[in-house]
Design a binder for this molecule. Structure first.
Ligand SMILES: Nc1ncnc2c1ncn2[C@@H]1O[C@H](COP(=O)(O)OP(=O)(O)OP(=O)(O)O)[C@@H](O)[C@H]1O
Ligand SMILES: [Mg+2]
Length: 248
C-alpha cells in the first residue's frame, strides 16, 4: 500500500531524513517511535506530499512521488495522494467556524463532489463510529480535546482513505482523553484500517501495531514486530529510549 524507498530530506543545511526505507502493507499498522527531533513528523509529511524531499521515492498505491515532484505542476498527483492517505494532526486542525458535521462533509462535497445528503449520511456513520453522533451540531470550541480529535478521525474516514497517517494524535490530550482516542484507533486497526502512527504511547505501539520503527537522528535505527523491539531491543538508542519512555 505504502512503500518508501531510501528517503532523504534536508531542511536548509540540516539532514533530517538520512535514507529511510519502510513498507506498509494493506491492513498493517506501523508505529513510529523515537526521541524528539528524529524526523518522525517530517517523514509522515513527505508521505502525503506536504513536504518535498531530495532523494528516494514514496509510493502510495499507484502514485509515486520523487524529488522531481513539483508542488504546482504535479498538483493533481499530490491531490490524489492526499485522497489515498488521510492525515490526523496533533492539534486536530478542525475548521473552527464549522460544526462537527460540517467539518466532516466539507471535503467529500468540495473535493469529491459528493451530493450533500450522501455526504451527511456517511459523515453521521463515521461520527457514530467514533462515538460522537450526538455532537454533530456542536462547534469545535464546545468539544473537549479528545472529542475534537475523534472528529478529526471521522473527518479523515469519510474520505475512505486507503491509509491514515497519525502524527502524535494524543500528545495534546490528558490521559483520559488520550485513552478515548487510542480506543478509537485500536478499533480501526482491528477492522483492518492501514495506518502509520507516530506515537508516544508505548502501549499502543506494543499492543496494536504490527511493526514498530524506532527513528533517531534521521535513521530508522531498529524495526520489527513489537514483541521483538520491546522484548529484545538490539540497538542502544532503542534501549535508552524505551527506558526513558517507561519512566514517563
Ligand atoms: N520547516 C523546518 N525547517 C527547518 N528545520 C526543520 C523544519 N521542520 C523540522 N525541522 C528540523 O528537522 C528535525 C526533525 O524534525 P521533526 O519535526 O520531523 O522531528 P520529530 O521526530 O517529529 O520530533 P518530535 O518528537 O519533537 O515531534 C528537527 O531537527 C527539526 O528542528
Ligand atoms: Mg513530530
Amino acid at each position: 500500500m505504502i512503500r518508501i524507498n531510501n528517503l532523504f530530506k534536508r531542511h536548509g543545511t540540516l539532514d533530517v531524513i538520512k535514507g529511510i526505507s519502510l513498507e506498509v502493507k494493506t491492513g498493517e499498522v506501523a508505529a513510529i517511535i523515537g526521541p524528539s527531533g528524529g524526523g518522525k513528523s517530517t517523514f509522515l509529511r513527505c508521505i502525503n506530499g506536504l513536504e518535498m524531499f531530495q532523494g528516494g521515492e514514496v509510493q502510495v498505491g499507484p502514485h509515486s512521488l520523487t524529488p522531481d515532484t513539483h508542488p504546482r505542476r504535479d498538483a493533481k498527483k499530490l491531490e490524489a495522494v492526499r485522497r489515498t492517505v488521510g492525515f490526523v494532526f496533533q492539534q486536530f486542525n478542525l475548521f473552527p467556524h464549522l460544526t462537527t458535521l460540517e467539518n466532516c462533509i466539507e471535503a467529500p462535497v468540495q473535493v469529491l463532489g459528493e451530493p450533500r445528503d450522501k455526504a451527511i449520511e456517511r459523515a453521521m456513520e463515521m461520527l457514530n463510529r467514533v462515538g460522537l453522533s450526538k455532537k454533530a451540531n456542536a462547534l469545535p470550541r464546545d468539544l473537549s480535546g479528545g472529542q475534537q480529535q475523534r472528529v478529526a478521525i471521522a473527518r479523515a474516514l469519510v474520505m475512505r482513505p486507503e491509509a491514515i497517517l497519525f502524527d502524535e494524535p494524543t500528545s495534546a490530550l490528558d490521559p483520559v482523553m488520550a485513552n478515548e482516542v487510542l480506543a478509537v484507533m485500536s478499533d480501526l486497526a482491528r477492522q483492518g484500517q492501514t495506518m502509520i502512527v507516530v506515537t508516544h504511547s508505548m502501549n499502543f505501539a506494543k499492543n496494536v501495531s504490527t511493526h514498530v520503527h524506532v527513528f533517531a537522528e534521521g535513521y530508522d535505527v531498529e524495526h520489527g514486530p513489537p514483541s521483538q523491539v520491546f522484548g529484545n531491543p538490539q540497538h542502544a538508542t532503542t534501549r535508552s529510549f524505551l527506558e526513558e519512555a517507561s519512566s514517563d
